[in-house]
Design a protein around this ligand. Structure first.
Ligand code: UDX
Length: 470
């Protein structure tokens, strides 16, 4: 039998770094490649350049085994690899909903130019349908004499925060291939995972590409569905958290990805639904996924609705109001602020004149890079000092388990807006907080008159906070 394939992983972001480490951990010889020398140096020293629980330990183990190295040198990669995994990013283009395929195209072509034998090029990035076929033609045109290049697609479904677990124990593997040889090479590269009994779907290139777009669209739709129901709850006094619980108990619906709140963000779901819709329009079948435009719009409305609620509890005007913004990352256990609803809300509050102090356990550095104008606190307590409204934006464990009584000591006014339905409302109320959430009735026991601010224009304003949402 052929020896185990040597693997390269091109692109060492969340996806590639995790894939490279996992494959070395599983026993393969792996070479990770990135154009960013700083990232390569950090990884070779055993430092993961982003926050991902469990990955640093696995990187150390993989480096110590001698099976994993990182380089910027593509010549080395072309020489080394039998199977090349391309894991570069496909961000949204500026000024368009389409995906930017620059990095994918250059990874495939730069590699193809250097290869002189028979190898498999495997795309893992999320791409518009038809990309793998286009790349097949492209790489075959430019590859040197003697090279035999085949392209396969192997979509990746990992979630940030669970990247190691999701890579080592995926729900399923999907191989998009055009020959039995390519299937065999992929089976060899995933042998330890397949041995565990992981379900495998072997299919054509287009279906493999589509699985990813379709899966992410479904997940985004599920979240926007419950958030649309949240809008209905807000208009009718119904409780979306109880609604989600009741719906989720139907096994056909299921409770996962049915958490109502501030909505989805991150480097995947928002741009993937936009790029999928854009590609469908190019194919002349825009109608088929036009609903994704609604899914996107519902999601964006959550952020505006959140700002409106905060403005309302602050008395109708945010100018000069001190807000403690708890969370900046697009979700807990991540330092990723790409299209982060939390940071977007903090920015909008700031633009309306609020004095915003942001605290995130891991994402402050990245957030500061994007929005240097906001104040960044070094701790939860520091963010809370003097706050007139406290807003939970990312449901980190640290916030969920914080003691409302102790939090109350720091703030100026005990008013909390829970945009993720993640806090224990009863505990907060018991500790004297005025608790507000999206999609849930605001059941303050008695009408309260609270001075919300004595700063700038808002000075001395008295507000009836028992008023319900419009
Ligand atoms: C997602 C997909 O889950 C993953 O399969 C794909 O490979 C990449 O995109 P990720 O972006 O890491 O992964 O995050 P995920 O855990 O899916 O959360 C996405 C967003 O949805 C977050 O902003 C999260 O806060 C939000 N969300 C999730 C909800 O608002 N409600 C939910 O019920 C679930």
């Amino acid at each position: 039998p052929e020896r185990a394939p040597r693997l390269t992983v091109i692109g060492t972001g969340y996806l590639g770094a995790t894939h490279a480490v996992a494959m070395a951990y599983l026993g393969f010889e792996v070479l990770g490649v990135d154009i960013d020398q700083r990232k390569v140096d950090l990884l070779n020293e055993g430092t993961v350049p982003f926050f991902e629980p469990g990955l640093p330990e696995k990187l150390d183990e993989a480096l110590a085994s001698g099976r994993l190295r990182f380089t910027t040198d593509l010549d080395q990669a072309a020489e080394f690899g039998d199977v090349h995994f391309v894991c570069v990013g496909t961000p949204q283009q500026m000024g368009s909903e389409a995906a930017d395929l620059r990095f994918v195209d250059s990874a495939f072509t730069e590699l193809a130019r250097r290869i002189t034998r028979k190898v498999l090029l495997v795309g893992k990035s999320t791409v518009p349908i038809g990309t793998a076929e286009r790349l097949t033609t492209l790489v075959q045109e430019i590859s040197p004499l003697g090279a035999e290049l085949e392209v396969a697609w192997n979509p990746e479904f990992l979630r940030e925060g669970f990247a190691v677990q999701d890579t080592l124990h995926p729900d399923r593997l999907v191989f998009g291939v055009t020959s039995p040889w390519a299937e065999d090479r992929l089976r060899a590269a995933f042998e330890p995972i397949l041995t565990e009994g992981t379900p495998l779907i072997v299919t054509d290139l287009a279906t493999a590409e589509l699985v990813k777009s379709a899966a992410n669209s479904f997940l985004a739709t599920k979240i926007s569905y419950i958030n649309a129901m949240s809008e209905v709850c807000e208009a009718t006094g119904a409780d979306v958290v109880q609604l989600a619980e009741a719906l989720g108990l139907d096994e056909r619906i299921g409770s996962k990805f049915l958490k109502p709140g501030l909505g989805f963000g991150g480097g995947c779901l928002p741009k993937d639904i936009r790029s999928f819709k854009h590609r469908a329009e190019e194919l002349g079948i825009g109608e088929a996924v036009a609903f994704l435009g609604e899914v996107d719009a519902i999601n964006v409305r959550r952020r505006l609705r959140t700002v409106a609620l905060i403005r309302q509890v602050a008395g109708g005007d945010l100018m000069g109001v001190r807000v403690a913004a708890l969370g900046a990352a697009f979700k807990p256990d991540s330092d990723d602020v790409r299209d982060a609803p939390a940071l977007d809300v903090a920015r909008m509050l700031y633009l309306e004149g609020a004095i915003v102090s942001v605290y995130d356990p891991e994402a402050s550095v990245n957030a500061h890079r994007v929005y240097p104008d906001l104040e960044y606190a070094a701790s939860l307590d520091q963010a809370l000092v003097g706050a007139e409204v406290t807003v939970l934006l990312t449901e980190w464990q640290e916030f969920r388990t914080a003691d409302p009584a102790q939090m109350g000591e720091q703030v100026r006014t005990r008013t909390v807006v829970d945009t993720r339905n993640a806090l224990d409302a009863d505990r907060f109320r018991a500790a004297g907080w005025d608790y507000w959430a999206l999609g849930r009735p605001h059941t303050a026991p008695v009408p309260v008159q609270v001075v919300v601010s004595n700063r700038s224009q808002a000075a001395g304003r008295v507000v009836d906070k028992s008023a319900d949402l419009p």
